[in-house]
Write a protein that binds this ligand. Structure first.
Ligand code: NAP
Length: 259
């Protein structure tokens, strides 16, 4: 049984830990987590049935897979060599906007590093996780990585440059979606509908539309056309989006502001 250790137990680590456990491929006893104050890690341990570890060194010395799940600014907390183990453990960094170059510069020691960019739907096995590898990654680590990523949903290998760009879609995308849902619920309420009814109608409409897109073999443009008949009301509303630079706004969300 591989030992999985999380350094950081915040929002993303929590979704990943729950995703791994929910997948049925990782037993809670095989997962450990720690955090700076210990507070978030204790809470996660309680919620997911995994083990709280007080000292990050224990994870760094013993885990087979170590996930760096803190904020990039916390990299400076690790000034001594990260690990001095002969077995060169597999380290997965989920740190947004933090290149291999920068990680290696901050984190001395002996380890194999993979950058991954998960998203919070991984909690229910529906994540879209990006990953990028270094040429030196040993074969045995590759199979460990595949097993780990499969437990979280679908995964896509990309170049490091594309990972930075796609982070604005996969990493941040869920937040855009939830903002969209919230805005629709608020607008529906403003139009006089009760909150409960607005919430159910909006959520079910978007879930249903996403499921149809995922299962029908049709592209979004075709499905949109199935709703917006020429000259009809929906087409008029879509025109409103166009007139208000909707696509331009989306371009701004996806444009890589790390560059
Ligand atoms: N949230 C997302 O949807 C998302 C998506 C993709 C990638 N990411 C990446 O995931 C990372 C974490 O983001 P988040 O949203 O989960 O942040 P978060 O909720 O603020 O969690 C940060 C965690 O890091 C811990 N921490 C801070 N310094 C530490 C240290 N020296 N050693 C061990 N743990 C330490 C904190 O511990 P305390 O309990 O002490 O506060 C907390 O558990 C970021 O690098 C971000 O780029 C996030």
């Amino acid at each position: 049984m591989l030992k999985i250790g999380f350094l950081g137990a915040g929002r993303m680590a929590s979704a990943m830990v729950k995703g791994l456990v929910n997948s049925g491929h990782y037993r809670p006893e095989s997962i450990e987590c720690t955090s700076l104050s210990g507070q978030s890690a204790q809470q996660l341990a309680q919620e997911a049935g995994v083990t709280f570890i007080k000292n990050a060194d224990t994870i760094l010395k013993e885990a087979d897979v170590i996930i760096l799940a803190f904020k990039p600014k916390s990299l400076g907390d690790f000034s001594a060599p990260l690990t001095e183990r002969r077995d060169s453990p597999l380290i997965l960094s989920i740190l947004g906007g933090t290149s291999f170059h920068s990680l290696h510069k901050h984190l001395a020691g002996s380890y194999s590093l993979v950058r991954i960019m998960p998203n919070i739907p991984c909690e229910v096995g529906a994540g879209a996780t990006l990953y990028t590898l270094e040429d030196s990654l040993p074969k045995e680590h590759k199979s460990t990585l595949t097993q780990f990523l499969n437990a979280l949903g679908r995964s896509f290998q990309v170049s490091e440059e594309d990972l930075e760009t796609l982070t604005w879609v996969t990493g941040c995308g869920p937040a855009y979606f939830y903002e969209f849902v919230e805005a629709f619920i608020a607008a529906t309420q403003k139009a006089g509908i009760s909150e409960a009814v607005a919430r159910t109608c909006v959520e079910e409409t978007f879930f249903g539309s996403a499921r149809l897109l995922a299962t029908s073999n049709h592209e979004a443009a075709y499905l949109r056309g199935q709703v917006a008949s020429p000259g009809g009301m929906t087409e008029k509303k879509l025109k409103l989006l166009e007139e208000n630079n909707f696509r331009n706004l989306i371009e701004k969300l996806v444009a890589d502001s790390h560059k």
